[in-house]
Design a protein around this ligand. Sequence first.
Ligand code: ZN
Ligand code: ZN
Length: 256
Amino acid sequence: MSECCCPSTDKEEANKDKCFVCGGRIVYFQAPKEFTCGSCGRTEQGYVSCENGHYVCDTCHKAGAFDVIKEMALVAKSKDPFATAEAMMDSPVIPMIGCEHAFITAGAFMSALRNAGSLNVTDAQVIDAMRRANTISKAAYCGLAGTCGIASGLAACFSVILGSSCDKDREYSMTLMAMARATQAIAAEGGPCCDKDFVRTALTVGCQMAKEYWDVKLPIHKERIVCHHFKRGNHCHGSRCAYFPKTKEELRRLRE
Ligand SMILES: [Zn+2]
Ligand SMILES: [Zn+2]
């Protein structure tokens, strides 16, 4: 199944994302329920399962995907984080919706900054930002507590590069500002949560801030992106989204 970071509604809400185990619909709950992870056997409180009760804990859900995306970040040659993020989101290990998008954001942005050169970003820093993004993101909590793992994934990049920690001054504020600006931009996109759109939104903020903070101008080409993920689930914002196909011909071609 695919756990999600989406707003819950008054009623249990089902969407078109499919359970990894049985292909059943994913259901969101406003109050927590006790589930046993079908992969590791851990019992915990959760807010998302499939309609037949299948549940996979956060750790198991993200485990394989992290290694795949880490390798993609390490070998990426592009200075355009959008190009790298699109390739990552196209990976078959990445669901339509899920906290994997937090470390995709971090991996795509950090690898672009590394490839741009001027900040001397290392592979170890790329992995560190991805690990932090993976740690802070928790399925469904964007809607449940207003904290989006994708925004945190971007903020983790700024934290790593700035050397931020709780006891710092300016570095700490600048990192929180990355989180605040990314969160605001994501909130302005509206719901339900579409992680594809939100990754692109966070990266847009990241590129603006890299220019402001470090005078790093990444060669981005987000105008080339036409999303094809709308086929995978009903979290798509359709024509409200800047990346939705603009013409009937594009729509027809991408549906095939
Ligand atoms: Zn199922
Ligand atoms: Zn598990």
